[in-house]
Design a protein around this ligand. Structure first.
Ligand code: AG3
Length: 276
């Protein structure tokens, strides 16, 4: 019997994506959500929260490289970085490749995500054990409110804007993020699919724009996310992420990010320019 995971990519609106599954490694109800780690035929092990694929062994490099290296190579000397969400540890792994980073704090609301990813997705989560990584299990909104003028870069690696992640999208949270950043800091958030959710992308972008002097959106192609083409929004106090000096960025052993692509990712198709 074949086992398939069917993700409703657009709840109630008739779009789904299916993956043939070889094995279910863990499935449980945590305090906050339904958590599964499964082994899929094509994408390898994947983390699934409330039925939504969050990250997979095969394509995680795209999301994690872009959500970290774009902001961290925009800031000239990022020392202290905060990740809100991101309990799988993929963003932390990429952040800690930056030699200037002294401390990377992970604030994840669901401790079970961290524990299960440590157990079943070590390729993604291994940097969570690095001494420069500090883990805080708790509410990101409260954590950001409690820390002022402290982080050079804040990365919002959240689930979709429903349920526990709803408060991580929008003006109130971005205002607290602004205050938690140092005077030349910047933040980045994963901001969904402009193709399927134009209103969400528009609102989030404009909320950030009302608070940050420089606000930019870039795109990356991610096969397991709805529409296959995903947006990220950066709000920055001083440095323009789309105007980096690419000659100053080292050519690392990455699989998606390159200095050239850093700039190119901000060149948007017309329908997306029209969304924001
Ligand atoms: N964070 C989830 C991105 C949103 C995915 N949404 C979706 N597939 N509908 C990724 C976690 C990786 N650290």
């Amino acid at each position: 019997m074949d086992l398939w995971l069917k993700e409703m990519q657009l709840e109630g609106e008739g779009v789904a994506m299916s993956y043939k599954i070889k094995e279910t490694l863990v499935r449980k109800k945590t305090k906050y959500q339904d958590l599964a780690i499964v082994d899929a035929e094509v994408f390898g092990r994947m983390l699934v929260l409330d039925g939504i694929v969050q990250t997979t062994i095969k394509d995680e490099f795209i999301y994690h490289e872009m959500i970290t290296h774009v902001p961290l190579f925009t800031h000239p000397n990022p020392k202290k970085v905060l990740v809100v969400g991101g309990g799988d540890g993929g963003a932390i792994r990429e952040i800690l490749r930056h030699p200037s980073v002294e401390k990377a704090v992970l604030c994840e609301i669901d401790g079970d995500v961290i524990e299960e990813c440590k157990k079943y997705l070590p390729e993604i989560s291994h940097a969570l054990d690095d001494p420069r990584c500090e883990i805080f299990v708790g509410d990101g909104i409260q954590y950001v409110k409690d820390h002022k003028n402290e982080f050079d870069v804040i990365i919002v690696d959240s689930t979709d804007p429903f349920s526990i992640a709803e408060g991580l999208f929008g003006g109130n949270f971005y205002k607290d993020i602004y205050d938690a950043l140092t005077e030349d800091g910047l933040f980045i958030a994963q901001t969904e699919t402009p193709f399927f959710l134009p209103d969400t992308v528009r609102k989030v972008f404009n909320d950030a724009k009302a608070i940050f002097p420089i606000t930019k959106l870039f795109m990356a192609g991610i096969p397991t996310y709805p529409g296959g083409y995903w947006s990220f929004t950066i709000g920055s106090k001083k440095y323009d992420p789309s105007q980096v000096d690419t000659t100053k960025i080292p050519d690392w052993d990455t699989k998606y990010y390159t200095p050239e692509l850093h700039k190119a990712a901000f060149v948007l198709p017309k329908y997306i320019k029209d969304v924001i």
